[in-house]
Design a protein around this ligand. Structure first.
Ligand SMILES: *[C@@H]1O[C@H](CO)[C@@H](O)[C@H](O)[C@H]1NC(C)=O
Ligand SMILES: *[C@@H]1O[C@H](CO)[C@@H](O)[C@H](O)[C@H]1NC(C)=O
Ligand SMILES: *[C@@H]1O[C@H](CO)[C@@H](O)[C@H](O)[C@H]1NC(C)=O
Ligand SMILES: *[C@@H]1O[C@H](CO)[C@@H](O)[C@H](O)[C@H]1NC(C)=O
Ligand SMILES: *[C@@H]1O[C@H](CO)[C@@H](O)[C@H](O)[C@H]1NC(C)=O
Ligand SMILES: *[C@@H]1O[C@H](CO)[C@@H](O)[C@H](O)[C@H]1NC(C)=O
Ligand SMILES: *[C@@H]1O[C@H](CO)[C@@H](O)[C@H](O)[C@H]1NC(C)=O
Ligand SMILES: *[C@@H]1O[C@H](CO)[C@@H](O)[C@H](O)[C@H]1NC(C)=O
Ligand SMILES: *[C@@H]1O[C@H](CO)[C@@H](O)[C@H](O)[C@H]1NC(C)=O
Ligand SMILES: *[C@@H]1O[C@H](CO)[C@@H](O)[C@H](O)[C@H]1NC(C)=O
Length: 416
């Protein structure tokens, strides 16, 4: 051992300082343009309208400092009104549940049950008719770090008319669709009239339930009915003993008062194929990408669950991702957190390819395809947050919203 070391050491002078080894270039793909800097609350999602309006959500369940306590002025949905300023959307009232987002009269405390106020929004998405939809989990962290369970009224889908910033529809999920330990994470819309009898289109939602009740939720936007599919299946569950790395640091899971655990987020990322016929989904605590024909999800008949489970397609491994997004090329964009990258899956050749890389990227949380031909995405340092071992906050403001030009003049696919 010692002599081997000496032999190796004696080679050192032979290696001139001019010797160049190749190294990771660190960057690839189209230029990243900075669109917005977040100095205030911690964002996850982003949505961009055809007129260039931009919106984000700030979930209280994943950052207790986003939780409205009745007097701290915290918001869970905002419009990005300047390059680094945000305004509660659609107004302060919707973001200010009276007495706060937590109901302390129950034991243990629970998410408040207001149907006309947001509790803890995990997503905002703009559909093909330019309407904004807010997905509320009904759950937030209390001041000691416990994520309280939702109560009926909290978990809901709220449609907002962007012409006059007014709520036009509220779909409250019943307890069998969004039980207290559900976590409705992200949503996509298909407004084609012919896919339902009611003719108003469908929303597809991932449930990434922290406690493991993962699944997909389907909503008929005409009747307001909703139902679950794939619950308890391996496709929506995280992998066991999952470990990812970001900037060299291991990503475990940390919750106040509980032992260190593995990061276990199930079904989270979601995207429709450009033609609306397939839904792509996958867990954050897992490297696989799945799809299912949307017809199987819309079916809620006697054999629909068996048929749904039998029709899931595994598209293979794609790296570690949070949100997904689609463009008119038919590509399914997904973050690639361990590579400081965004990649895309091409259903035509069944493989994932690199879209862009940048050393500033740490956690591409959510993406939104603009009608302007850009992919917008938040980069929010989630991997450095107190959710992750060792439970200390290594995030540094500002958090960022970037955009990059889509390939081949790709743009937002419209399903209406
Ligand atoms: C909220 O922010 C303050 C100040 O940065 C920090 O000390 C505190 O730990 C944060 N609380 C939560 C629940 O993250
Ligand atoms: C809410 O938060 C504010 C600001 O942190 C604090 O001053 C106030 O006491 C809190 N209110 C309650 C009811 O916890
Ligand atoms: C935002 O940034 C853009 C590009 O740097 C700049 O042109 C614009 O004036 C800025 N707007 C505000 C309100 O600061
Ligand atoms: C957090 O506080 C609530 C009361 O607000 C209590 O019910 C719960 O047990 C506490 N949890 C921990 C981990 O301290
Ligand atoms: C709080 O819980 C009580 C008991 O379940 C219920 O009657 C009340 O409506 C709840 N209030 C809110 C705002 O959630
Ligand atoms: C949105 O509001 C505008 C202005 O009142 C109205 O013309 C439009 O029809 C509304 N759109 C929807 C989808 O309700
Ligand atoms: C917004 O538009 C909708 C649909 O036209 C209408 O019902 C509603 O009253 C309008 N709200 C405001 C505040 O103008
Ligand atoms: C709905 O119409 C589109 C064409 O607009 C067609 O491609 C699709 O197959 C139809 N879907 C159903 C479920 O009939
Ligand atoms: C799959 O298709 C994409 C888009 O055309 C392309 O960039 C990629 O190189 C293809 N993958 C392979 C392995 O050929
Ligand atoms: C993109 O659109 C521009 C303007 O219409 C056109 O000149 C260009 O050829 C298109 N590029 C591709 C790759 O389709």
């Amino acid at each position: 051992m010692f002599s081997t070391f000496l032999a190796a050491a004696s080679l050192l002078p032979l290696l001139g300082s001019s010797q160049q080894l190749i190294q990771d270039p660190g960057t690839a793909g189209p230029e990243l343009e900075l669109v917005h800097l977040y100095y205030d609350q911690w964002p996850t999602g982003v949505a961009v309208s055809s007129t260039g309006r931009k919106f984000s959500n700030y979930p209280g369940a994943l950052d207790g400092n986003n939780t409205n306590n009745g007097s701290n002025g915290k918001y869970t949905i905002a419009e990005l009104t300047g390059n680094s300023t945000e305004t509660p959307f659609p107004n302060v009232e919707w973001n200010s549940p009276p007495g706060g987002a937590i109901n302390y009269t129950t034991t243990p405390p629970t998410g408040a049950n207001y149907q006309n106020h947001f509790i803890g929004a995990q997503s905002i998405v703009i559909d093909s008719l330019e309407r904004a939809w807010v997905l509320d989990t009904g759950r937030v962290q209390d001041p000691n770090g416990t994520i309280v369970e939702a109560t009926v009224g909290g978990p809901k889908l709220v449609g907002i008319n962007l012409t006059n910033n007014t709520v036009f529809q509220t779909i409250v999920f019943p307890a069998n669709v969004a039980p207290g330990d559900s976590y409705l994470n992200d949503v996509r819309f298909d407004l084609r009239p012919n896919i339902t009898a009611s003719g108003k289109g469908v929303a597809y939602i991932t449930d990434s339930s922290i406690e493991g009740r993962t699944g997909l939720v389907v909503v008929d936007l005409g009747t307001g009915e909703s139902w679950r599919h794939l619950q308890g299946s391996e496709f929506v569950a995280p992998a066991t003993q999952f470990l990812a790395y970001v900037w060299g640091l291991p990503i475990y899971a940390f919750q106040a008062g509980q032992p260190l655990s593995f990061q276990g987020f199930g079904a989270d990322g979601i995207a429709l194929s450009a033609d609306g016929e397939d839904l792509y989904f996958g867990g954050v605590g897992k490297r696989y990408l799945y799809s299912i024909p949307t017809a199987r999800l819309r079916d809620n008949g006697q054999f629909s669950e068996a048929l749904a489970q039998a029709s899931v397609v595994s598209r293979g491994q794609k790296g570690v991702s949070d949100g997904y997004e689609t463009d008119t090329n038919g590509y399914i964009y997904h973050g690639n957190a361990e590579q400081n990258a965004i990649s895309f899956y091409n259903p035509v050749n069944g493989t994932s390819s690199l879209f862009l890389r940048d050393p500033r990227l740490n956690w591409v949380d959510t993406m939104s395809t603009g009608t302007d031909g850009y992919l917008y995405f938040t980069n929010n340092q989630l991997a450095f947050s107190p959710l992750v071992w060792p439970g200390t906050d290594r995030r540094r403001r500002p958090f960022a919203l970037f955009r990059a030009k889509l390939p081949n003049n790709g743009t937002k696919p419209l399903l209406c």
